[in-house]
Write a protein that binds this ligand. Sequence first.
Ligand code: TRP
Ligand code: ZN
Length: 478
Amino acid sequence: MEHRALSRLAAPAVAALLALTTGCTGGTVQGRPGASGLRDPYFPKAGNGGYRVDHYALDLDYDPADGRLDGTAVITARADQGLSSFNLDLSGLKVEGVTVQGEPARHNRTGNELTVRPVEDLKKGEVFRVEVEYGGKPKTIVDSDSSEEGWIVTDAGTDAGTDGGAVAVGEPVGSMAWFPGNHHPSDKATYDITLTVPDGYEAVSNGELRSRTATGDGRTAFAWHSPEPMASYLATAVVGPYKVTTGKTASGVSVYNAVAPGEEAGSAGVLARLPEMVEWGSGRFGPYPFTTAGAVVLPKGSLGYALETQTKPLFPGATQDEELVLHELAHQWFGNSVSPKSWKDMWLNEGFATYAEWLWAEDHGGIGAQKRFEAFLAGDTDVDAGADSDWDAFPPAAPPGPEHISGNPVYYRGAMVLHRIRQEVGDAKFFDLVRGWAADHRHGNASTSEFTAYAEERTGHDLEEVWDVWLYGQARPH
Ligand code: TRP
Ligand code: ZN
């Protein structure tokens, strides 16, 4: 009876049913759905299971006059299981069509998940190409800590002759607002981002500008290439009437700065020091991990924070704050080249970038890191304004929830963890550890437990007290 009933179904449906009930992977039936999230402890739905992305080619058209983004995302990925379907993360926008290996694929959307069902199952190990055509008005996402991310429309600065522009910011989950992808830092990929905008606008993204081409219809296409792997939260797209300047550092790293009209004078001083900062970082942390460096200074008031977008950090308006620029630059080693395995490892980004500020000051006639450390313990705000913040509120390696991953303890107490290691092992071993860490995980991912094991092995010191008290301990260290 049962057998007869089954035989009336179409053959593929039978096969699918059998695969479901037996877990069978033989013959042409091999796939099962990829997971809809990577179970990040703070953002469980971020990213997707069953595949890893090698490359994103985003071809995007943006019109500041109506705020519309239209584009195609071509994603090259490798299946790490047999896949009957897989997900991409995408928030808002309309999907016009999806192909897999050139064949139209069925797709549907629930929440921020775009599920794609290829005509033929993908085999484990297979490299496949997904093309998503999409468009609409991308949205700004309000984060769990009430900061804004995703797609942010910006004004024209002091240049009243244009419609302003936009900026894409992705930390931690904003990138799904402007392109479909595997949006978790554990899946890094190379990128080609081509932005087509009306003539008169600049379009800036990560990496190097390969070409700038007039399309003949009053628009210009800017083709940006990121040869080094990048976590998707570090991808950016910036459109507006920016003033662009270029240069090179002493060791030959290209520098590309884009500054919003009206912000030039206020940021010229710190931007002039950027090449020197790249060289200083290379001395302290090992070779700068990318072929390009630079900065984007957004129109004042467009964003509530700076962000270390890969190769071109974003600053919300002109800044004279050398330590802030240094902080975002330091992320290029810590966060961007060595990226967190999960959002719980955020202190590996922020603790290092904050400690880099302390080191920069120490090396440039400012206050030493030891004094800064003592000032935090004493709550001395004359030395550092952060000293009487809630830097001690929680252990940096265990923020109490997703809304705390950018909290003060992640930055300040994270930096203090590094200083405690330095106190224990001395300068020579400490700087060897920092350079070794950056070198061994260059363009990869790392977790907190990998760091603690590595630190002990590299320095030959038992650092358990530092981990127990400073990194994981609930009590205020003293
Ligand atoms: N990661 C950024 C930096 O340290 C700051 C940042 C990004 C942030 N998103 C945030 C701070 C949200 C607070 C809230 O440079
Ligand atoms: Zn930071």
